[in-house]
Design a protein around this ligand. Structure first.
Ligand code: ITT
Length: 197
């Protein structure tokens, strides 16, 4: 049942890069996307210990505050050779200034001397309703890390992440090519299959 058709949907993120990507995914579906910042919604503290828990708490907070269905994204870069770091702390590694050149340099510094440069992005989308019901959808994109960072497209860790089988980093790819391959679009495809048919 498509309860979302013709609805307004809050995109419960304060990250402009995510908002742009999610709004582009939602646009063709006849849904009006509203950003959390434009609605003046507060940014909840991410107290969860998993991507799922943090996505749920952000979606719930936005749905409760706005009285509308809300879609939140919790995501991050997982590096197995760093025991999964930065993982759910991916935004926090960039510090209060959200400087991802600093966060990427930190990843590279910790990888020094390690041969295993594999990494993957995770995105968990949570859809919450004002009555408290929540569903989550997970997508992943696997690849490896290059140094120095390359390209100015995308956001966050994109300039150092090269998806499997491609020569270009997400930072070098045109947005349409990142859309075919990325974790957020993969999670969105599951959300679409479950909620927008
Ligand atoms: P909201 O909580 O308001 O959505 P945030 O940036 O704090 O914004 P997260 O806690 O989910 O969101 O942090 C995820 C971080 O992981 C994000 O800041 C990016 O740096 C990184 N990240 C997630 N998806 C990415 C992508 O597609 N490309 C590059 N980096 C990404």
């Amino acid at each position: 049942m498509n309860r979302l058709l013709g609805q307004r949907l809050v995109i419960a993120t304060h990250n402009p890069g995510k908002l742009r990507e999610i709004a582009e995914l939602v646009a063709p579906r006849g849904i009006t996307a509203l950003g959390a910042a434009e609605l003046g919604l507060p940014e909840p503290e991410e107290t969860g210990t998993t991507f799922e828990a943090n996505a749920e708490l952000k979606a719930r907070a936005a749905a409760t505050a706005s009285g509308l269905p809300a879609l939140a994204d919790d995501s991050g870069l997982v590096v197995p050779a760093l025991n999964g770091a930065p993982g759910i702390y991916s935004a926090r590694w960039a510090g209060a200034a959200r400087d991802f050149s600093v966060a990427m340099a930190k990843v590279e510094e910790q990888l020094a001397g390690k041969l295993d440069r594999r990494a993957y992005f995770v995105a968990v989308l949570a859809l919450a309703w004002p009555d408290g019901a929540v569903t989550t959808f997970r997508g992943e994109a696997h690849g490896d890390l290059v140094w120095p960072p390359r390209g100015k497209n995308g956001f966050g860790y994109d300039p150092m992440f090269r998806p499997e089988g491609r020569g270009m980093t997400f930072g070098e790819m045109p947005p349409a090519e990142k859309r075919e391959l990325n974790h957020r679009a993969r999670a969105f495809a599951k959300f679409e299959a479950a909620c927008l048919q």
